[in-house]
Design a protein around this ligand. Structure first.
Ligand code: AMP
Ligand code: MG
Length: 343
C-alpha cells in the first residue's frame, strides 16, 4: 500500500516535470495563422495551423515570396521573367527552359492535345487584343483574323527542358495555369518546413494539405471548408466535402466587360478568337492546383457537354459546370461527385 502511494506520487511528479520542461507544449493547440497579399493580379490568401504564431507568419511571408517568384517567371507582358524573354526572342531556334517552366509547358502541351486544342497558351496575341486588363476592347473580325494564324501550340516542340518555336509569331500566356502552379509551390514550401495543415487560395485556385486540427486536446480534426462563388447569384457555395485536395474555378465573371448587353470575358476559344460562350463557371477538383487550374480553363472552352465527357475520360478529375440556358442558370457535374456536394 505504502509503495503504491509512493509510485503514484512519483508518476505525478514526473508528469509535472515534463509539463514544466516542455512549457506545456504537448497540450498546446496549434493556432490559426493567416495572411493575404495581392499577387498574380489576384488576392492570394494562406491559412495554416502552427504551434508558434510568429514562425507561422514567417513561413507564410516566405510562401508569398515563392508566389512572387513564379509570377515573375511566368508573367507574359510585364517584367523581365522567362516567358517574357521567350516572347521577345528574335530567332526561332531551340531555347532552354527553366525546369519549372518545362513542367508547366509540357503539361500545357499534353492537355492541348487531349482537349483538341481547347487549352492553348499561344492564344496570347488574341487575348491581348481584347485588352481585358485595361477596360476591354471589342476587336473587329479582321483584327481577330490577323492574329489567329499565330495561335496553335502544335507549332511549338518541347523536348525535356528545351523548346522550339516553329512559327515566329507565337507568343505564350500562362494565365490559365500559372496561379495553380504557384499554389502548389506554396503548399510544397510550407509542408517542407513542417506545416501539416494548410489552405492556399489564389483567386479561386485552391489547394489544401491535411485537415484542420481539433480546437481542444480531446476534440477531433475537421475537413477544410471551401467557399466558391455562384457565377450569377450573389451567394457563396459552401463545399464541405471535396473529392481531391486541389480545386480551381474559371468563371466568365472574373475578368470581363459588357457591351450592348453582351458579356465579353477572358477565356478565349482558340478556334474563333472570341470568348468561349458555353459556360458561366467551371470548377475542377483534382490532385494538384496546377492541373485543376489548367483543366478548369480547358473545360470552360469545351462547354458543359464535352467538358463533362472530358473530365470523365481523365483519372482523378471531377467537375461542376454552371451554364445558362434560356435565361436560367443550370448545372451539370461529373458522376464521381453527383449527390455528394451540396450546391
Ligand atoms: P483562368 O482564370 O484560369 O481560366 O485563366 C484565364 C486566363 O488564361 C486568361 O486571362 C488568359 O491569360 C488565359 N487563357 C484564355 N483563354 C485560354 C485558352 N483557351 N487556353 C489557355 N489559356 C487561356
Ligand atoms: Mg485556369
Amino acid at each position: 500500500m505504502k509503495y503504491r502511494v509512493i509510485t503514484i506520487a512519483g508518476l505525478l511528479l514526473c508528469m509535472i516535470a515534463v509539463w514544466g520542461f516542455s512549457g506545456g507544449w504537448f497540450l498546446k493547440r496549434p493556432v490559426a495563422v493567416d495572411a493575404t497579399e495581392f499577387i498574380m493580379d489576384t488576392v492570394v490568401s494562406v491559412k495554416l495551423y502552427h504551434h508558434d504564431r510568429k514562425r507561422g507568419e514567417e513561413l507564410i511571408a516566405e510562401a508569398f515570396k515563392e508566389a512572387l517568384r513564379i509570377e515573375r517567371m511566368m508573367e507574359a507582358v510585364k517584367g523581365d521573367g522567362e516567358i517574357r524573354r521567350l516572347n521577345q526572342r528574335d530567332s526561332n531556334g531551340w531555347f532552354e527552359l527553366m525546369p519549372e517552366l518545362g513542367i508547366v509547358l509540357r503539361e500545357a502541351q499534353k492537355y492541348h492535345e487531349l482537349s483538341g486544342g481547347a487549352f492553348d497558351p499561344s492564344v496570347a496575341p488574341v487575348k491581348w487584343l481584347w485588352d481585358f486588363e485595361d477596360g476591354g476592347y471589342l476587336p473587329s473580325q479582321s483584327e481577330l483574323e490577323q492574329k489567329l494564324p499565330s495561335v496553335g501550340l502544335e507549332n511549338v516542340t518541347i523536348h525535356g527542358d528545351s523548346i522550339l518555336f516553329l512559327n515566329s509569331d507565337i507568343q505564350l500566356d500562362l494565365g490559365g495555369v500559372a496561379k495553380g502552379f504557384a499554389v502548389d509551390r506554396m503548399i510544397e514550401y510550407l509542408s517542407s518546413h513542417g506545416v501539416e495543415s494548410i489552405l492556399v487560395n489564389a483567386g479561386g485556385d485552391i489547394a489544401t494539405l491535411g485537415k484542420k486540427p481539433a480546437a481542444t486536446f480531446f476534440g477531433a480534426e475537421s475537413d477544410w471548408v471551401i467557399g466558391m462563388r455562384h457565377p450569377r447569384l450573389n451567394r457563396t457555395i459552401v463545399l464541405k466535402w471535396n473529392p481531391y485536395p486541389a480545386v480551381a474555378t474559371s468563371g466568365d465573371y472574373q475578368r470581363f466587360f459588357m457591351k450592348d448587353g453582351v458579356r465579353y470575358h477572358h477565356i478565349i476559344d482558340p478556334a474563333t478568337g472570341y470568348p468561349a460562350s458555353k459556360c458561366a463557371s467551371v470548377t475542377v477538383w483534382t490532385k494538384s492546383a496546377m492541373l485543376a487550374d489548367l483543366l478548369a480553363t480547358t473545360i470552360f472552352v469545351l462547354g458543359p457537354g464535352k467538358g463533362v465527357e472530358f473530365a470523365e475520360s481523365l483519372d482523378s478529375v471531377e467537375t461542376l459546370i454552371y451554364f445558362e440556358r434560356n435565361g436560367n442558370v443550370e448545372s451539370v457535374m461529373s458522376s464521381g461527385i453527383e449527390g455528394r456536394i451540396g450546391i
